[in-house]
Design a protein around this ligand. Structure first.
Ligand code: GDP
Ligand code: MG
Length: 437
């Protein structure tokens, strides 16, 4: 069992030169392709928003909950920790030095079982953005976009209130969403939670989920006389997310916000804040509230997530943010690649059964028959998955699949011949031994 202390934040999206980003594929593969999790449906909870607004601090409470609930199988009541324990996990505060931008994963996947019995894996994702002069708007927007595109639960961390600007940050997703909805049903994204930190009007709207809902309704209301663009934005935000919510967090107390010696001990955090944490965290992370990442209505597995990361990172590396059309193409690409990977597995499984390493030599004609059978099953598996990007696009990947399967067949043929040779040598040795008596 994993100890929380032995985990760490792994930076998987790393800033490169000229405001580009690179993917640490090795680190990401190590995490997402772990044998015990790679085939599980994936839940990705991400926290994004401006710099130094308590994102990592909050995530460290998420970690405490996850560890208690899923690793220790705790009751879920005492997860908040003891009064005098420093808060560890994703590093928070970091003084005044410039933090890098990028995306971090917690190094430990959490295995959970949903109420319907489905086994899933939960990843926590932290984002870092800075609003200093060295960081372009594009860089910050990229981190925010990747976080939204790749998570099933996006926590949009906002300071004090929901401003018009904060809503406008969602424009890229609503544009993308409108395009995606032309060819597929349902909302392209799942849960968006606007988390308002340091809410200071509890008399207007109370802390927590109820007050948040009131504020959200107020902010998303479409008024007559409102600029048409603002109206459209509001309507689209609502249609792009399956679930839109808001939560009002109280100020955590002066020790948290201003004491340089503050280490995260619960004793130094306001009671109100702790009460709200106890409401908020299970609302997001209890097994009955986990949301599996879906794209175009399909559940993503841990290993699929890797494909989406790879597709998206490329398109976000241009000099400007990608057009919604480009994002849709990248999504369709990853979507086809995922179906392709599954089809290849079908082929391999079938071929291993008859021509695997431990199997004996097959007549070439028999091997070819098996190859045809496995290839057809694989193609069927590929075709039967609903895919994005249209038929012409799908056909490109189907061709590529056939080509790769033929290449694999060549390997099986070579291996089969080796067995034959080996068998002949073996027979000769036996004959020789018999002859020598
Ligand atoms: P991040 O850059 O958004 O990840 O911010 P951090 O989690 O590193 O926290 C930045 C600073 O904000 C730290 O000094 C925290 O103690 C403090 N902090 C954490 N939560 C809150 C909050 O809800 N309100 C205020 N005012 N400060 C907070
Ligand atoms: Mg941080």
């Amino acid at each position: 069992m994993e100890n929380l202390k032995s985990g760490r934040g792994i930076q998987v999206v790393v800033p490169g030169p000229e405001h580009t980003f690179t993917l640490d594929e090795e680190a990401l593969e190590e995490l997402l392709l772990r044998d015990d999790v790679k085939d599980r449906s994936v839940v990705v909870v991400s926290v994004a928003g401006a710099f130094r607004k308590g994102k990592s601090f909050l995530l460290d409470f998420f970690l405490r909950y996850m560890h208690n609930k899923y690793n220790l199988h705790g009751s879920g009541d005492d997860w908040l920790g003891s009064e005098d324990e420093p808060l560890t996990g994703f590093s928070w505060r970091g003084g005044s030095e410039r933090n890098t931008t990028g995306l971090l994963f917690w190094s430990q996947p959490f295995k959970a079982t949903l109420d319907n019995g489905e086994k899933v894996v939960v990843y926590l994702m932290d984002t870092q953005g800075t609003f200093d002069s060295e960081t372009t708007v594009k860089e910050t927007a990229t981190v925010f976009a990747l976080s939204t595109m790749l998570s099933s639960v996006e926590i949009y961390n906002l300071s004090q209130n929901i401003q018009e600007d904060d809503l406008q940050q969602l424009q890229l997703f609503t544009d993308y969403g409108r395009l995606a909805q032309e060819t597929s049903e349902g909302a392209p994204f799942q849960r968006l939670l606007m988390l308002i930190r340091d809410w200071s009007f509890p008399y207007d709207h109370p802390y927590g989920a109820v007050g948040g809902q009131q504020l959200l309704e107020k902010r998303l209301k479409v008024h007559e006389g409102q600029h048409p663009e603002l109206q459209t934005l509001r309507v689209q935000i609502m249609s792009c997310f399956e679930e839109l919510a808001c939560f009002l967090m109280p100020h955590p107390g002066l020790k948290v916000s201003s004491d340089p010696k503050f280490k995260g001990n619960l004793a130094d955090i306001s009671e109100e804040f702790k009460l709200c944490l106890k409401q908020l965290v299970p609302m997001l992370l209890a097994p009955e509230n986990l949301i599996v990442k879906k794209i175009d209505g399909h559940k993503l597995k841990s290993r699929d997530l890797l494909l989406y990361f790879k597709s998206y990172i490329n398109i976000f590396n241009g000099p400007t943010l990608p057009e919604p059309k480009t994002i849709l193409e990248a999504t369709a690409e990853a979507n086809n690649l995922s179906a392709m990977a599954e089809a290849k597995e079908v082929y391999e499984t079938l071929m291993e059964e008859v021509a695997g390493g431990a199997k004996s030599y097959l007549q070439p004609s028999r091997l070819e028959e098996e190859h045809h059978r496995a290839r057809d099953k694989a193609l069927h598996s590929f075709r039967s998955k609903k895919k994005m990007g249209g038929v012409a696009f799908e056909n490109l990947y189907a061709d590529r699949l056939v080509k790769e399967l033929e290449e694999q067949y060549e390997q099986y043929k070579l291996r089969n011949e080796d067995k034959n040779l080996f068998g002949q040598v073996g027979t000769m040795v036996i004959l020789l031994m018999l002859a020598l008596g």
